[in-house]
Design a protein around this ligand. Structure first.
Ligand SMILES: Nc1nc2c(ncn2[C@@H]2O[C@H](COP(=O)(O)OP(=O)(O)OP(=O)(O)O)[C@@H](O)[C@H]2O)c(=O)[nH]1
Ligand SMILES: [Mg+2]
Length: 403
């Protein structure tokens, strides 16, 4: 894993630097505003600092120009080092260089993980094998790894993935690595594994058709209403709603209510021909959001209908979001995602985060399907209870933190 900090005047500029140097697969670990300090602070602008990371093998293939690996060493005179060491050294080197760091770095990753670290240290101290051990440092590290594993399993991360994460970080931690560096390594690894998210982005001159598919009752229609509101009210987009859910009597009315409130058109389509006609009708719109009926992944005929409907829109004009509830059992999620993968590629939306305290399924399904994560929802309120996936918050919760 390669980690580096980037500073720029705006978030967009900082992200461009990240993409340029680390490639498009880089993941944001942390973002904060840095306020200038010292006597020059009144003349200096606030800067945005992004800490980003990328897996070594990815960066070599994808980054433009020099790899970050060589860049890092050149910049900081570092020898090739373990991930954690490189990260810690990098943070230190920045302070040494006296950049615009806040010094106390209130939002730094380590700070965010502080509570967790204290909790871990406390639990480690209570372990009888630590109290009596001769070689405390090693025993302490083993206990720390064990507790982290337990925490991930408690949060229902699949054992296979827990092992994978721990195996990968074990290569980078040394015998005498402290609790906080082990914790940081796992945290960063999880964020990398949650991957590059994919959101709905409007493109000038390109109308998008976005399908929302998934099992019954997961929150497809409610999520569409939330997304439509945000697109219309915040991004001033020209949005049209289409529903092909003609199976449930109340389904059309549910969406019509939202369409009326938002003042956007709603069409009902029964066949793929009708969908094609609606597509033409809304040629000058920015985006068509298409609701579908909840389907049982076990019903082959329904799955075939769904495939035909989606295939009405050519691949380069459509986006598909598979909506899943975070409360569904992982065993069922495996079957559901497999069936939908046979129909189409998709990005993942997780709903009902408010109804579960274990977020392991988000990581499990991401690693299983390799599909990008996108939005999460945590309540019934339209348009509020939705946001872009927050990998940092999920990683922290998986490790036992609150937020
Ligand atoms: N707690 C909670 N409830 C939600 C969330 N999203 C949706 N719901 C509720 O879940 C129920 C089903 O939501 P819908 O949007 O109708 O689900 P759907 O997937 O469209 O259902 P079908 O069209 O019948 O397949 C409703 O009561 C929603 O208010 C969420 O994030 N958290
Ligand atoms: Mg619905």
């Amino acid at each position: 894993m390669i980690i580096k900090k980037f500073e720029a005047e705006t978030e967009t500029e900082a992200m461009l630097l990240v993409k340029k140097e680390l490639g498009k697969d880089a993941i944001v670990l942390n973002m904060k505003t840095i306020r200038p300090r010292g006597i020059y602070r009144f003349w200096r602008k606030k800067m945005v600092e992004i800490t980003a990371a990328v897996d070594d093998n990815v960066s070599k293939d994808k980054a433009e120009g020099q790899t970050i690996d060589s860049g890092l060493r050149k910049a900081d005179n570092l020898q090739p080092a373990s991930n954690t060491k490189r990260f810690m050294d990098f943070l230190e080197s920045e302070d040494r260089l006296g950049t615009l760091s806040t010094g106390t770095s209130e939002n730094a990753i380590e700070k965010k993980l502080n509570n967790l670290q204290e909790l871990l240290e406390q639990q480690i101290k209570e372990k009888p094998e630590i109290k009596n051990a001769d070689n405390k440092a090693e025993e302490k590290q083993d206990a720390c790894i064990e507790l982290i594993q337990e925490q991930l399993i408690n949060n229902e991360v699949d054992q296979v993935f827990v092992k994978q994460i721990m195996d990968e970080i074990s290569k980078s931690i040394k015998k005498d690595s402290s609790v906080d560096s082990v914790l940081s390594s796992v945290y960063q690894k999880i964020i990398l594994k949650l991957g590059q998210p994919k959101f709905i982005e409007l493109e000038e001159g390109k109308r998008k058709c976005v399908f929302f598919i998934g099992p019954t009752g997961v929150g497809k229609t409610t999520t569409i209403a939330k997304i439509a509101s945000n697109l219309k009210l915040k991004q001033k987009a020209k949005v049209s709603l289409i529903t092909s859910d003609t199976y449930r009597i109340a389904a059309v009315e549910q969406l019509r209510t939202y369409a009326n409130i938002l003042g956007i058109p709603l069409s009902v389509v029964y066949t793929k021909e009708e969908l094609e006609a609606e597509k033409k009708k809304y040629e000058d719109y920015d985006i068509l959001l298409i609701d579908t009926a909840g389907r049982s992944h076990k019903n082959n005929e329904q799955q075939e209908d769904m495939k035909q409907l989606i295939d009405t829109i050519p691949e380069d004009e459509r986006e598909v979001f598979l909506v899943l509830s975070a409360t569904t059992k992982y065993k069922d999620l495996i079957k559901i995602t497999e069936r939908y993968s046979e129909i189409t590629d998709y990005s993942l939306i997780f709903t009902k985060l408010d109804e579960t305290s274990s977020l392991g399924n988000i990581l499990n399904v991401k690693l299983l399907t390799k599909a990008p994560l996108s939005y999460t929802t945590w309540g019934q309120n339209v348009p509020d209870d939705i946001s872009n996936i927050d990998a940092q918050s999920i990683a922290k919760k998986l490790l036992g933190g609150n937020d």
